[in-house]
Design a protein around this ligand. Structure first.
Ligand code: SAH
Ligand code: MG
Length: 954
């Protein structure tokens, strides 16, 4: 069996941040002020003649009572704050302390700490444990002033840390702390350890009366709070219980009594559940043999077995073994004051804790859409993600399962190396038309999550590792997918781990082999021993969910008739109401729906609303909602509504959604369905390039570059102008390949795009200055700000002109004007024009092609298709494009051929991007060239690069 490596020296236990230490020392006396700083802009692109707004930087000043410090400038506010705090600590001469105690020293410290806790001084201080002591002073009968050892164990962090040094097993067996406290107390003459196998301690001599008087501040009102009783036997239902705490009562005694115990001295208390600030814990009876089982060898004490039957449900939620019947309550003394904090734990909150244990449950909760949302399978862009980010969910998963925080390591790989990498990892596919010396890297792995981001030619990969608290490696996820943004790499890696964990939780009986296969799919390597020890250990208990009353399935007996529109996978029969507006969702669209989900009984006699939202947004095609909801909305257009039924999901989910648990339970005891009603409110179209990437491999944009390359090679072009170059994606890509090009020029009228293009080209050209670089032939590069419908003599007589996916962004008459200007005045030898093929949209927008072939009124259907991008002014059919190009060619003495990328010429509806290649028919004499125009310079140079003087500034 494989075992995970240990990283004893690479990861330290989480230490306090400088800010946390300052907070401990100064509390509210430390005041942070963060301000934005205007840094002189270094846009990294000498010569760029477009004003740049520098990245926003922050500086933090920290004022302490005696002095203040000011940090340097940082990109993130929190980094500035931490830096200021660190500077202050250095001034104060404080270094984060590293405990280097030996076990023996820790034991001595532990005895001293226990002694101190029972001191007069401690009683009058402010500490959650002091509040317990004060309350315990009023306990009735013999117990007055005695304190359950389990309370000391949960309230005092210092004791816990000392115990972990004495015996690292305490980390996974926290109840051992109770035993160590009891032992320490036994050795102290001033303390009395209750002899009768009770876990309580009190002082031999009472506190002096004046100390008692000054510190006892009783609560004046009784407290009523709701808790949950979780019987050990999974057959028995989980039920709410009411805790009534009278002004004189000690709340732990009240809980103990609910558990059938005489008082709190026999109680054990779990660690907290959920958020760090929470006071939610499990309470249960300590086994009678508990104390006797402590080995006398202090340092090698074994983890104690409690003997009693494991409470599977409680242990599952807690991530810690809980024995016998148990109470889940949110109550306790805190640092905030002497009052008893309490909060109801309802059945609904219990079920929410249950489902939040698995990644998809945590995601659903973060979206407040338990029945409708699912953990998406892919992270496309930050803007389309809703709910907690994968990274956050993974971090909280680790916290919940008592693992170390996940360790992310991202590395940035220069573009050239990243091409190599993807070539090594996937076998290189050389496209058939390509000759050997032109290297076509297989671009499938290069996910241009944001093709417009300024990548500066590098990409990111991210590796995630999960470790147990004892620093055993549990799993690692390392994929070779490259992302342009670091954040995308981190989120995607986190999502992979979550998806795998999720698959596991959904089928925990999965054979190891299958689990391993699945891990491969997600680029995960896991260490079964450590995984089962840390994550699986208390999961065998999940079976209890299957025993649960209804198990989530509607009984098929008693002749209940299924409503016509119960859908699981088949949505063909559902009725959609309202006129077809023609605006329908497609892959990658962002949808906004109004929905409600209700329980309905047979015959729809009764209905109980479970959840609803006026506006709920999700991204299509990522599995971000339950599958049938996604399937249903593909049938709808904006403004339409529908209602459909599904079988019930698991009972846990229903109860986690239901506000009225009792009512929901009553529904669940009779046959019922889940009714969804949906209105499609809004569809935000997917960015064109994302869709192109999702549906084509290599992505369409890449195929266009490859197409242009072929023409550069075939024509031995030395000069190229890219009309409407945008962010320079074509020009940038060309630099990756050896060509005959010496001059490259781009024109666009978007300054934002031109700035990006300049930066990308600048960094690439300077990085690739070595004589062996593929683009070594390039002598000059220029970017112009101007409209391609205007003439500028500097663009005359180029070998090759490209105009990729640009004309559809202009009005049709402007597109015609552009055609005339280019072919009559610029007159490149070859002009390549690409534009979307409108007829292809059917395929892009409705991946469900079969239903369209069945549709007799196919024409009408395709009429309802819209454009691929909001900025498109038109999209032409093949006929329209042929017409435009052929007339243009004839007018200016060019020949024209039609072709395309994505799809095929012979297969309906043709290519996804249609392309016209114009060739100049005869060579005009230089003088004939621009008679009318003369030397017009209408474009503005925004950036210029020359190999001879690369850092030219203007
Ligand atoms: N060719 C690029 C960009 C396509 S997007 C690529 O394939 O990635 C269309 C571009 O055309 C936009 O950058 C837009 O600014 C530009 N554009 C639109 N009308 C223009 C005009 N009249 N003159 C110059 N550029 C124009
Ligand atoms: Mg376009």
């Amino acid at each position: 069996m494989e075992t995970g490596g240990s990283l004893a020296h690479t990861i330290r236990k989480p230490t306090l941040t400088p800010k946390a230490i300052i907070h401990q020392k100064f509390g509210s006396k430390a005041s942070y002020k963060v301000e934005e700083v205007e840094e002189p802009t270094q846009n990294g692109c000498p010569g760029l003649a477009i004003l740049q707004k520098g990245p926003c930087l922050y500086r933090c000043s920290l004022e302490l009572p005696d002095f203040s410090v000011v940090s340097g400038s940082f990109k993130k506010k929190k980094d500035a704050e931490q830096s200021a705090a660190q500077m202050a600590l250095e001034k104060l001469g404080i270094r984060p302390s590293v405990d280097n105690l030996t076990a023996e020293e820790a034991w001595t410290d532990l005895i001293a700490r226990v002694k101190y806790i029972f001191s007069n001084e401690f009683l009058s201080g402010l500490h959650p444990l002091s509040s317990h002591f004060k309350a315990a002073l009023c306990r009735v009968g013999d117990h007055d002033g005695s304190i359950p050892a389990s309370v000391i164990a949960i309230c005092d962090g210092k004791l816990n840390n000392l115990c972990k040094i004495i015996n690292p097993k305490v980390e996974s067996h926290p109840f051992m702390v109770v035993s160590y406290i009891m032992r320490a107390a036994t050795g102290l003459p001033e303390l009395v350890v209750n002899p009768e196998r009770q876990l309580s301690i009190r002082k031999e001599n009472p506190y002096p009366p004046d100390v008692i008087e000054s510190s006892v501040s009783q609560q004046s009102e009784s407290i009523t709070t709701m808790a949950i009783y979780i019987p050990c036997s999974p057959e028995k239902a989980v039920e709410p219980v009411i805790l009534n705490i009278s002004p004189k009562g000690y709340y732990l005694d009240v809980i103990a009594q609910k558990l059938g115990l005489s008082d709190a001295n026999e109680i054990l208390i779990s660690r907290t559940i959920g958020k760090a600030s929470s006071e939610t814990r499990f309470y249960f009876a300590a086994s009678k043999s508990y104390l006797l089982e402590m080995s006398s060898d202090l340092l090698n004490a074994k983890a104690v077995k409690f003997g009693g039957p494991l409470n599977a449900r409680a242990s599952y939620i807690c991530g810690q073994d809980i024995y016998g019947d148990s109470i889940l309550a949110s109550i306790g003394y805190t640092w905030k004051g002497q009052d008893l904090f309490h909060e109801d734990v309802t059945l609904q909150s219990y079920y929410r804790m249950l489902i939040s244990k698995i990644p998809s449950g945590a995601y659903k909760l973060s979206r407040e859409a338990i029945l409708a949302a699912e953990l998406p399978l892919t992270f496309t862009t930050k803007t389309n993600w809703r709910g907690s980010y994968p990274r956050e969910i993974l971090c909280s998963f680790c916290r919940q399962h008592w693992l170390l925080e996940p360790v992310f390591s991202t590395s940035s790989i220069p573009k050239k190396a990243s091409l190599e990498l993807s070539r090594l990892n996937k076998k290189l596919k050389v496209s058939e038309s390509a000759e050997q010396e032109v290297e076509y890297a297989n671009g499938h792995d290069i996910v241009d999550a944001d093709a417009k981001s300024v990548g500066m030619g590098s990409s990111f990969i991210c590796e995630v590792k999960l470790y147990s608290k004892c620093q055993d490696l549990i799993l690692e996820c390392a994929s070779n997918v490259l992302y342009k943004k670091q954040n995308d790499a981190v989120q995607n890696a986190s999502l992979k781990v979550l998806s795998w964990l999720n698959a596991y939780f959904k089928d925990i009986d999965m054979p190891l082999e299958k689990l391993k296969q699945l891990a491969n799919v997600f680029d995960i390597k896991f260490y079964p021993q450590n995984f089962s020890k840390e994550v699986v250990s208390c999961l065998s208990v999940e079976n209890f969910q299957n025993h649960d009353t209804l198990g989530g399935k509607v009984p098929e007996s008693n002749g209940i008739s299924i409503p016509n529109d119960v859908v699981e996978d088949d949505v063909s029969s559902i009725d959609i109401e309202g006129p077809d507006s023609g605006v329908c969702p497609s892959y990658g669209s962002l949808l906004c729906v109004c929905y409600s989900a209700s329980l309905v009984t047979k015959g729809e006699l009764q209905k109980e609303l479970l959840e609803s939202a006026e506006e709920f947004e999700f991204e299509m095609g990522t599995g971000a909602v339950i599958p049938c909801l996604e399937a249903v909305v593909t049938k709808m257009s904006i403004g339409q509504s529908t209602c459909f039924y599904t079988e019930l999901p698991s009972q846990d989910l229903v109860l986690a959604a239901a506000k009225d648990s009792a009512n929901a339970l009553a529904f669940l005891s009779s046959p019922c369905w889940l009714e969804y009603s949906i209105i499609l409110l809004q569809v935000t179209e997917p960015p064109e390039d994302r869709m192109e990437q999702a549906l084509f491999s290599p992505p369409l944009s890449k195929q266009r570059v490859e197409y242009a390359l072929q023409h550069i090679k075939d024509s031995c072009a030395t000069s190229l102008v890219d009309f409407g170059c945008g962010s320079g994606s074509l020009l940038e890509s060309l630099l990756d390949y050896p060509t005959s090009l010496e001059t490259i020029v781009g024109v666009d009228l978007s300054k934002k795009s031109l700035s990006r293009a300049a930066k990308v080209l600048h960094s690439k050209l300077t990085m690739m200055s070595d004589p062996e670089a593929p683009c070594k032939s390039i002598k000059s590069a220029v970017l112009y700000d101007g409209s391609i419908t205007d003439f500028d003599s500097r663009l005359c007589g180029f070998d090759l002109g490209t105009c990729l996916e640009v004309i559809e962004h202009m009005e049709e008459d402007q597109a015609c004007l552009f055609g005339d200007v280019v072919l009559s005045s610029f007159r490149p030898k070859i002009l390549i024009v690409s534009t979307p093929n409108y007829e292809y949209n059917v395929i892009l927008q409705r991946s469900n092609i079969t239903s369209q072939e069945d549709d007799p009124e196919e024409k009408i259907y395709s009429q309802s298709c819209k454009f691929r991008n909001h900025d498109h002014k038109f999209e032409w059919t093949r006929e329209q494009f042929n017409h435009w190009a052929s007339e243009l060619a004839v007018r200016h003495n060019y020949s024209v051929e039609f072709s395309g990328v994505g799809g095929s010429a012979d297969l309906e509806p043709g290519f996804a991007s249609q392309i016209a290649v114009f060739r100049r028919v005869f060579q005009p004499k230089e003088d004939d060239l621009h008679d009318d125009e003369g030397l017009a310079c209408q474009y503005r140079v925004v950036w210029e690069w020359n190999r001879s003087k690369p850092a030219l500034t203007n």
